[in-house]
Design a protein around this ligand. Structure first.
Ligand code: D5M
Ligand code: FE
Ligand code: ZN
Length: 560
């Protein structure tokens, strides 16, 4: 058994199963109806919710509808409610409606969870893992099959008075770029100006135009953007640096310690070098490379009370590989006492699978209309407690512009997704929860980091994220994977040091610390797709990293 697996098993064995004691809440609004249904483990058709909310005694009708619903039903339908309303004893039910829309929506998808028999609450509690590495798939079978039902008539209460959210660096409504050449010049100039700031104070540097006139053999530094990295025929490295004055070649010799850092270099990132000019002055023999980086001494802020945030991403609703059962378990768990301190839910993009994202995608969709995908997503979001503060950024599968920075969802989609108290913001954004600043970024550039930097891997996505912190930019290399929309200023710079960096996109999970900044990649809610199988990408699905805002500890909870 691997060490990782052992840890998981141990965590599972020591999991505390707390009986839920919840106060009774009067029902009057659709939100309360949804909450109550969700706490009993049910989803409901929108029309059914309206009927229930408008009934004389919603509480009793809900109980009747649930009692009468077949065991396999996951969704309370309009018919269930009508039957509950019209039947004298509230027990008559049309069994032909046993299967809900959910079952149909899942189509041929098999999420490995088996049937829909409702187990008791304990056996379906999610596995909790501590530690900082990705998990293997082998323990998945340990979870009993079926829908987790919280069999209670009562709700847990969250005191939401202390919640505070502040959002900054949101491109939404501020986009000015038109994609012309001048815009690219402006955004690269801004990137250089901002990122060279801290580097300038750390090295004794000169502009490239001045270095050209210096005598051979002098010591100097350069702060520049990497415009080219190439190896020489002798196996040394030539790094071309560009500043506002011009470019200058820097040689890194093969056997020098500094050569190890060449592997980390990405085009378009801003670095500083120090070294000695060659005798003819035409090249810099490089002794050291400096990155904008996060200081090792960075002290993260923490919240003043025990409160938690669930950080998730990449649901891919509409995909036949979306793990709907795992989502229901997660939503149910949020209603339990164990999750009482979870007051925030951050969603890092790829809410839906989208349409036309890759060739042949239509064969892997159960919902082919983009609006229907968001409607379904919104139904699923209704299952989480209404008191949660929810923040969402878009990802590359979402219906916003693909180029980064991505603005938040537009009004038509906001209307669909505005359940509970949702805030929509751009990708990337800084989201400060009770003093803890979380940088949310979907993560498309991680594909580039993993492709370019030999030490970065899909297995340790949190370590790949650390390179972005080191470069102080969420998408350093402007290339074919990362599309950039030039704006007046570079919204992709990590100008403020976050306390927590949350990304997704790569569909693997991991958490770590880089110079005291907590890095979290939140995995996904989608089983392996045929494409991922072809490139041997084994996704971690059905996880929710839970972040303690008072200690910055992260626990990975599994719902599959
Ligand atoms: O991306 C999920 C992960 O899979 C991410 O690491 C990119 C990779 N992926 C998925 N489809 C492709 C294609 N067509 N080319 C290259 N890489 C891909 P997601 O954003 O969820 O699709
Ligand atoms: Fe994704
Ligand atoms: Zn993505």
């Amino acid at each position: 058994m691997s060490a990782r697996l052992k840890l998981l098993t141990l965590a599972f064995a020591t999991l505390l199963l707390v009986p839920i004691v919840l106060p009774n809440v009067p029902l009057d609004t659709p939100v309360r109806v949804v909450k109550r249904l969700a706490s009993r483990g049910y989803n409901a058709e929108q029309e059914a919710v309206t009927l229930l909310a408008n009934s004389d005694d919603p509480e009793q009708i809900i109980d009747r509808a649930i009692d009468a619903a077949p065991d396999e039903a996951l969704t309370i339908s309009v018919d269930h409610v009508r039957n509950a309303l019209t039947s004298e004893n509230g027990r008559s039910i049309d069994r032909s409606n046993a299967f809900s829309d959910d079952t149909a929506a899942l189509g041929g998808a098999d999420d490995g969870l088996g049937g829909n028999e409702a187990p008791d609450i304990e056996s379906a509690s999610p596995v909790e893992t501590e530690g900082n590495s990705a998990t293997e798939g082998t323990h998945r079978a340990e979870m009993p099959a079926g829908r987790h039902r919280t069999d209670t008539n009562r709700q847990i209460e969250r005191d939401t008075a202390a919640q505070t959210i502040d959002i900054t660096n949101d491109i939404t409504g501020q986009s000015t770029g038109t994609g012309v050449y001048e815009d690219f010049v402006a955004v690269f100039r801004d990137r250089y100006e901002q990122l060279s700031g801290t580097l300038r104070s750390r090295v004794n540097h000169r502009p490239t135009s001045a270095i050209e006139n210096m005598t051979g053999g002098s010591e100097t530094g350069i702060v520049g953007m990497v415009s080219e990295v190439r190896s020489t025929k002798n196996g040394h490295w030539l790094v071309e640096l560009e500043d506002t004055q011009g470019t200058f070649p820097c040689l890194i010799t093969r056997d020098d310690d500094v050569a190890d850092q060449v592997d980390e270099l990405l085009l378009d990132e801003v670095i500083a070098v120090e070294g000695q000019l060659a005798n003819d002055g035409g090249i810099l023999f490089t002794n050291s490379i400096h990155f904008p980086d996060v200081p090792m001494t960075y002290k993260p802020s923490t919240a003043e009370r025990h409160v938690r945030a669930a950080l998730i991403s990449d649901l891919h609703v509409g995909s036949d590989a979306f793990v709907e059962e795992a989502w229901h378990r997660f939503a149910d768990w949020l209603h339990t006492e164990e999750a009482q301190a979870v007051e925030y839910l951050l969603i890092g993009g790829d809410m839906v699978d989208g349409i036309g994202v890759y060739p042949g995608q239509e064969d892997e969709l159960t919902i082919v209309d983009i609006y229907d995908q968001y409607r379904r997503f919104s139904e699923l979001l209704k299952e989480v407690p209404a008191e949660l503060e929810i923040v969402m950024i878009p990802g590359n599968h979402d219906a916003v512009r693909l180029a980064e920075p991505q603005p938040a969802f537009e009004d038509d989609l906001r209307d669909i997704m505005s359940v509970h108290d949702v805030r929509f913001t751009g990708n990337p954004s800084y989201v400060t929860l009770e003093g803890v600043t979380i940088l949310m970024y979907h993560g498309v550039s991680l594909d580039e980091i993993i492709a370019e930097i030999p030490n970065a891997s899909y297995r340790e996505p949190h370590d790949a994220m650390a390179y972005l912190l080191k470069k102080r930019h969420v998408a350093p290399q402007f290339g074919d994977r990362t599309r950039l929309a030039p704006e007046e200023r570079d919204f992709l710079i990590i100008d403020e040091i976050p306390d927590v960096f949350h990304a997704g996109h790569v569909h693997t999970i991991g958490t770590g610390r880089y110079h005291n900044v907590t890095t979290i990649n939140s995995g996904c809610w989608q089983r392996q797709t045929p494409f991922q199988r072809s490139v041997d990408l084994d996704p971690d699905f059905g996880f929710a990293p839970i972040l303690d805002l008072d200690t910055l500890e992260v626990r990975l909870r599994k719902f599959v």
